[in-house]
Write a new protein. Structure first.
Length: 681
């Protein structure tokens, strides 16, 4: 038995000598659940200049002592600024051990933030002192402890300067020490411990020697406002021609710019503008055999004339492109380029860098496939090739090349089919030199993969909006985008259509369907886009059940009458003007859905800190009149008095009473309201 007891005692011995324990283990404060953060800080959250980062954290310690802490924040220092100074904001208690503070980001780039917390020895002492004194107990020992605390703080905390003000504060604290140790009545000495002026002096002398800090700090990527709020228009420059037998040029395309600007767009997105390969070129409607005049798909990049840093000769010269960018900028339009990291069989890289591609056993290069579909005109790149470093560098340099020519926005084609690690490295590398660069991920793929691309650095993301057409589907999807962890990392861009996607809702819903999708895209999301032809309500599909356009512009030049009867250009322009005039629509985080008694009616609102608010009601059924009661919440609705709501779309005025009010939306007349509340009736 004695042997067993000795064995049992040995089993309880520490695995290592106690002197090996880290001093940090003795700190009693614990910081937990700091939000916002993405994967525990593995990735940065996203904000734009002028936005606030509201941070919360759980701060714990054993016992009942008083805790305090600060939110620390700064621009991320460069290699030459390792000791960059932190700014601080005092944490405020929210209850239940959760604390909060905030800071505003004011410059582009990466910022850091962390939480530091410690036991407030003075407040803990004062709390115990007052409790005992109020209970009628003798507090002589506690008063002497307080004097020791104050004296220790004077010894440990050297003044920041030798100014008379600091000397005066130290003198005042010495007087406090003398009073706490004096024979004065305990009531008088307790009173000085609760003097607000003394409390302030003690806080300034707080001892943080045992403070706990979240380390490493969390990060926030700060973009310009256009990364959060933008209206995109997609256009093929080659279709800007009066003659469908020849390609339009950049000079021709300049004639379209005033009309696009007049509709209120601020980003003009161009599909690839590079030379197009001829090998296995696709013909009209994606047929395998191209005719002699078929221009080919712009996404089959590269020919003898060049690759990803060349201009298709039919569009003009590099000087013509740079002039086009300048003319667009003058009209308030920023050019976005499509970056598709793939090549045609005729791309110069195929000859110069054959190891950048995957090969079959017979030595031939593999073309792209999505069984049963085959894309013989496109070669994917091999991001795992033995020469991957050179490949990655060349791809990164494509972005830098176009940035040098005035482009700061990029729509990236199918990023989910390229290395995720590449995107992390590439986007970070580009943004280090050009923090104003914006990247839109065109990835209609699995949710986890879309989320990871956003984490990897993409500023905006395509979404499933195209396939969410009912009010219930939209409520569920937008709730996910705006109230879960996605809101800190994934900025949605609601494209209503694309050259690849003509949803059946648009195919069969008539003009009203285009109006519905426009209002929803433009007001549910701060960023949205349309592909040219949407404003003309183009609805013909290649075949029943297909989402491809008949006579797709991807494979041919399309000449349009931009003033054809039935267009909705005025509604597009009015909606974009409302977005510009109402800051509430320039954000997503305040989106709230409101009750209705009709499942086809979608009611929602957005607000901002200055009191701007827009209340929307949209009929999601483009075929039938829908009516019912919608619930407006807020001060006006609960005041008990009638109030005026004005539809921003046409200035129609309605007097409402209380929370529940009646709406009637006939697609033949109007598909939705964008209301603001006005004072008076």
């Amino acid at each position: 038995m004695e042997r067993e007891r000795r064995s049992s005692t040995a089993d309880l011995a520490p695995a290592q000598p106690v002197h090996h324990l880290n001093d940090r283990l003795a700190r009693r404060v614990v910081i937990d659940d700091v939000q916002p953060s993405v994967d525990g800080g593995r990735f940065p959250i996203k904000r734009t200049i002028g936005e606030t980062v509201q941070v919360t954290a759980v701060i714990l310690a054993d016992g009942h002592e008083v805790l305090t802490g600060v939110l620390k924040f700064r621009e991320q220092p460069g290699d030459d600024q390792p000791g960059a100074v932190w700014q601080e904001a005092l944490l405020e208690p929210l209850g239940n051990d959760r604390w909060t503070a905030s800071f505003t980001v004011t410059t582009l780039g990466t910022w850091q933030y962390t939480v530091e917390a410690w036991i407030d020895r003075f407040a803990s002492w004062r709390q115990g002192l007052v409790a005992k004194f109020d209970a009628g107990q003798d507090v002589e020992s506690e008063l002497l402890e307080g004097a020791e605390l104050v004296q220790t703080s004077l010894r440990l905390s050297s003044p920041r300067d030798d100014s008379p003000e600091h000397a005066e504060r130290d003198l005042r604290l010495l007087e406090v020490v003398d009073l706490l140790r004096s024979a004065a009545p305990q009531s008088e000495r307790v009173s000085v411990a609760s003097d607000p002026a003394v409390i302030l002096l003690l806080q300034s002398r707080g001892n943080r020697e045992d403070a706990e800090r979240l380390d490493p700090p969390l990060r926030v990527t700060v973009d310009r406002v256009r990364a959060r709020f933008s209206a995109w228009y997609e256009m093929f420059p080659r279709s800007c021609t009066p003659d469908p037998t020849r390609s339009g040029t950049f000079r021709d395309a300049e004639s379209r710019l005033p009309d696009i600007a007049a509709m209120g767009f601020d980003v003009l997105y161009l599909p690839p503008i590079h030379p197009i390969g001829t090998t296995h070129r696709k013909g009209r409607n994606n047929v395998l055999a191209a005719g002699p005049s078929d221009p080919g798909s712009p996404w089959a990049i590269g020919s003898a004339e060049g690759g990803h840093t060349a201009i298709h000769p039919d569009l003009g010269t590099m000087d013509d492109f740079e002039r086009f960018v300048q003319v667009a900028n003058h009209l308030g339009l920023e050019i976005a380029l499509d970056i598709a990291f793939q090549t045609s069989p005729d791309h110069p890289w195929v000859r110069q860098h054959p190891t950048w591609f995957r090969h079959r056993p017979d030595g031939s290069i593999k073309y792209a496939e999505n069984p049963p579909k085959k894309y013989q005109d496109i070669y994917p790149l091999d991001f795992e090739s033995r020469d991957w470093r050179a490949l990655w560098g060349a791809l990164r340099d494509v972005f830098l090349f176009w940035i040098d020519r005035g482009v700061r926005i990029f729509r990236v084609d199918n990023p989910h089919t390229k290395s995720l690690r590449f995107w992390e490295w590439c986007i970070d590398s580009v943004r280090q030199a050009h923090p104003d660069a914006i990247f839109l991920a065109e990835a209609f793929t699995r949710p986890a993969l879309m989320r990871y691309l956003a984490k990897a650095g993409f500023s905006q993301s395509y979404t499933y909006f195209t396939w969410r057409t009912t009010a219930a589907e939209l409520r569920t999807y937008l709730t996910e985008l705006t109230t879960t962890g996605l809101r800190d990392v994934m900025r949605p861009n609601f494209f209503a259509n694309t050259p690849d996607i003509l949803h059946e809702y648009l195919q069969h819903g008539g003009r009203a369907a285009f109006e519905v999708r426009l209002l929803l895209a433009a007001t549910l999301s701060a960023s949205y886009g349309i592909y040219s032809g949407f404003e003309l309500c183009e609805y013909l599909a290649l075949r029943p059940g297909s989402e491809e356009y008949l006579d797709s512009e991807k494979y041919q030049i399309r000449v349009r009458d931009w003033n054809a009867p039935g267009h909705i250009k005025e509604l597009v322009a009015r909606t974009n003007a409302i977005r510009r005039d109402h800051p509430a629509l320039q954000r997503n985080d305040t989106l709230q859905f409101h009750d209705t008694d009709n499942p086809d009616l979608l009611a929602y609102s957005k607000t901002d800190e200055q009191g701007d608010g827009v209340f929307a009601v949209v009929n999601t059924d483009p075929h039938h009149m829908q009516h019912g009661w919608v619930r407006m919440r807020g001060h006006a609705a609960s005041s008990g008095h009638p109030y005026l709501v004005v539809d921003l779309l046409d200035e129609a005025r309605y007097t409402w009473r209380g929370e529940w009010n009646y709406v009637r939306l006939d697609p033949a007349e109007r598909v939705g309201h964008l209301f603001v509340v006005r004072h008076g009736t």
